[in-house]
Design a protein around this ligand. Structure first.
Ligand code: AMP
Length: 368
């Protein structure tokens, strides 16, 4: 028995840590608890959204989205960003980090001005789409506000066409943003807010030169620069030193993080028993929606074929898929047609899908 062969099953809560801090209750029987797994203490700061001085439109959108209390990262970051300061937010997906920057961006953008005033850079197309979606929901009652996603894999001509709608907020992957800048279609001379979302991941993917070039096309003097990152390696600190001024470092405390709401379990099994163990857990619990992480594209494809052969409603997501394939796969998963998504961690990082009941680390993640 070797721990390298252990699939780790985790039960995932769907919302960030804010008001309720409710630990996931369903459990996987006969599975030992992770030693020293963090408990979920109640650290609710209980500042209502109404105390944040938001515009009527944004407040209405927040209420409509069912958000009651700001999550810890929101409670700290929103006032700092509304004040116009630079912020380094150390928070993972699931903490409510998107709204933590999207709310102040919407508040500070002038919807009556048809120039691009905010640019958000994201590592993946999926995340760019998701972030744009959050902007659209939060900006639903802010007349004149237009946000738009630009990313590779979709015809650039289509995006150039949409740019004619004169969005104030652009959310994009660095490669495509740069491409549009070089074509002269994306003009960032009036940007007053720049957000680097999942900055550590963008650096890992080699986007640093692109990010620096993009930022150099925005006015350094008047720019509010916001960086969100789950980790703070040296390269991130260099980036903040170069592009931010007196940035306020806001860190979501360990016990505020969504991991605290996740019931984590592991199983020690022989490599040859891994797939049968996974099938047993899936069959026992009949999860409506689950996610299985594998380390390589090949392993993802292999598992998809194996599981389809056994009748599971399964699909696979990895970097080798085209954009339209990825969109179709994610749509099937969100709508419940696909119950099990097998994915490489890079392809699925930052994906926000509600009601995922279980996440299996079929292969141990390369980065913990
Ligand atoms: P994120 O960490 O930005 O990926 O957010 C994770 C999920 O939490 C998204 O579905 C958000 O819409 C949702 N969310 C964000 N802020 C709140 C809040 N204050 N209360 C409840 N849900 C929230």
């Amino acid at each position: 028995m070797t721990s390298n062969n252990s699939p780790v099953a985790t039960k995932k809560a769907k919302k960030p840590a804010p008001a309720q801090n409710k630990p996931a209750t369903a459990t996987l029987p006969n599975v030992p608890n992770v030693p020293n797994a963090p408990k979920a203490p109640n650290t609710n700061k209980a500042v209502p959204f109404t105390a944040l001085n938001l515009s009527e439109g944004v407040q209405k959108a927040i209420t409509g989205m069912g958000f009651e209390t700001p999550s810890p990262i929101q409670a700290d970051a929103i006032p700092a960003l509304l004040d116009g300061g630079d912020v380094i937010g150390q928070a993972q997906t699931g903490t409510g980090k998107t709204a933590a920057f999207a709310i102040p961006v919407i508040e500070r953008v002038d919807a009556a001005n048809r120039r691009i005033q905010a640019i958000v850079l994201c590592p993946t197309r999926e995340l760019a789409i998701q972030v744009t979606d959050e902007f659209r929901k939060l900006g639903k009652f802010t007349p004149g506000l237009v946000s738009m996603a630009v990313y590779g894999g979709q015809p650039i001509t289509k995006q150039i066409h949409f740019l004619r709608r004169q969005p104030q907020i652009i959310v994009g992957t660095p490669g495509r943003v740069l491409d549009l800048i070089r074509r002269g279609t994306l003009k960032l001379g009036h940007v007053k807010m720049a957000v680097l979302d999942e900055a550590d991941e963008m650096l890992n993917m080699g986007f640093r030169p692109d990010i620096e070039t993009i930022l150099s096309h925005t006015p350094a003097q008047n720019r509010q620069t916001i960086l969100f990152s789950a980790t703070m390696p040296r390269a991130i600190l260099e980036l903040t030193a170069k592009f931010q001024r007196n940035a306020k470092h806001i860190k979501v405390k360990q016990h505020d993080q969504p991991v605290a709401q996740v019931d984590q379990r592991y199983l020690k099994v022989q490599r040859r028993d891994k797939s049968d163990t996974l099938f047993r857990l899936l069959n026992e619990h009949k999860f409506q929606r689950s996610l299985v992480f594998c380390n390589t594209k090949r392993q993802v494809d292999y598992m998809v074929t194996l599981m389809r052969g056994k009748g599971y409603a399964v699909d696979g997501l990895h970097g080798g898929k085209t954009q339209s394939q990825r969109d179709r796969i994610m749509q099937g998963y969100r709508r419940g047609k696909t119950q099990i998504l097998i994915a490489t961690d890079v392809a699925a990082r930052g994906l926000d899908v509600n009601d995922i009941e279980a996440v299996f680390n079929y292969d141990l993640p390369k980065e913990a």
